[in-house]
Design a protein around this ligand. Structure first.
Ligand code: NDP
Length: 318
């Protein structure tokens, strides 16, 4: 049986490769030093692309793959893929929603607790001998019974809300549309921020949400407020965030995503009231395996009947 040619962008696990091997003949884009030459000679051979939320489908690859039929992406965020353009061409784009909701919500809780209870400086105090030399660590701020604002009450946003309810939170949210929930809806990010003590961003990235959290929104959060970003770096104006933190306009931040990953501004690294993680919100063995399995399942289903199990919204009606 002839295998279907698949162009792989970014890394995949052995488990994914083994599962795909019987049906797909996989070429790895990054194995080719002269990418332009490789794409010019071979791009038209690929009906299928496997990528991830970080790489998406770069323009040169999109331009060089006229016979593309399906893109299966590892991750729920697909702002690096031009899904509208693909939908217009009848090309199916699949992603990995839902299987990572719990992990990302847990990462929010981890960052919120760490920044509010000062986990990292407190750990440093304990292990450096300062406790013995200087005495007890100062008191910190509770996460109980807070007003929490969620920017983006989608799959993950709702899972975050569930976690927050366990902490006795009063929940506010901003999204494009009002939901049928008992939380307080805000028409704007600024109004949501004004109403709360903890603000979490969990919208998609891309031009529509770029700098949704700007200087005004941070100022509205106020000097006792914490900002947590588990969405995309582009959602927050990083320069405005640094300025707000440096001038005590907000109390602290927990950040998993950055504007120019993997670069993180030195100013953020230098601050004790900031907790940083390197875009690992879904990064556990268990969740990454579930994501990988879904990427494979989407490709296998497409091969079988031309459909995908978890299309992005733009491609749902294809
Ligand atoms: P959903 O599509 O289920 O939810 C997205 C939410 O954002 C919806 O409530 C939507 O509003 C809202 N939203 C979208 N655009 C806007 C806008 N312009 N203004 C205001 N609100 C907006 O997505 P998920 O919950 O599954 O995932 C959300 C995002 O989380 C992903 O796209 C990804 O970027 C990020 N993510 C980050 C990870 C990490 O490693 N840090 C891991 C996984 C995801 P409405 O419902 O009204 O349309």
């Amino acid at each position: 049986m002839t295998k279907t040619k698949l162009l792989q962008i970014g890394g995949i696990t052995d488990r994914m490769r083994d599962a795909l091997a019987p049906d797909f003949d996989i070429d790895i884009l990054f194995d080719h030093d002269d990418r332009a030459e490789f794409l010019a000679a071979n791009g038209a051979d690929y009906p299928a692309i496997l990528t991830n939320g970080h790489w998406g489908v770069p323009d040169d690859v999109a331009d060089a793959t006229p016979n593309l039929k399906v893109v299966s992406s590892y991750g729920v965020g697909y702002d690096a893929i031009d899904a509208d353009a693909y939908a217009a061409r009848g090309i199916k784009v699949a992603h990995t929603p839902d299987v990572l909701n719990d992990e990302v919500a847990d990462t929010f809780v981890m960052l919120w607790l760490a920044v509010s209870r000062e986990l990292i400086p407190s750990d440093r105090h304990a292990r450096s001998g300062k406790w013995e030399a200087d005495g007890n660590y100062p008191l910190t701020r509770t996460v109980q019974n807070r007003r929490v604002g969620i920017l983006g009450l989608g799959r993950i946003g709702q899972t975050i809300a569930d976690r927050c309810e366990a902490f006795g939170a009063e929940i506010h949210y901003h999204s494009r549309s009002r939901k049928d929930v008992a939380y307080t809806y805000h028409e704007t990010a600024k109004s949501c921020s004004e109403a709360v003590e903890v603000l979490v961003a969990i919208t998609p990235g891309g031009p529509e949400t770029r700098h949704m959290v700007n200087a005004e929104v941070l100022e509205a959060l106020g000097p006792d407020g914490f900002f947590i970003n588990v969405a995309r770096g582009s959602v927050c104006d990083e320069a405005a965030l640094v300025e707000a933190l440096q001038h005590g306009k907000i109390a602290g931040a927990g950040l998993d995503v950055f504007e120019e990953e993997p670069k993180i501004p030195d100013a953020l690294k230098a601050m004790d009231n900031v907790v940083l993680t390197p875009h690992v919100a879904s990064g556990t063995h268990e969740t990454r395996q579930a994501m990988g399995d879904l990427v494979v399942e989407n490709l296998q289903q497409w091969l079988k009947d031309g459909s995908v199990k978890t299309p992005v919204p733009e491609c749902r009606d294809l």
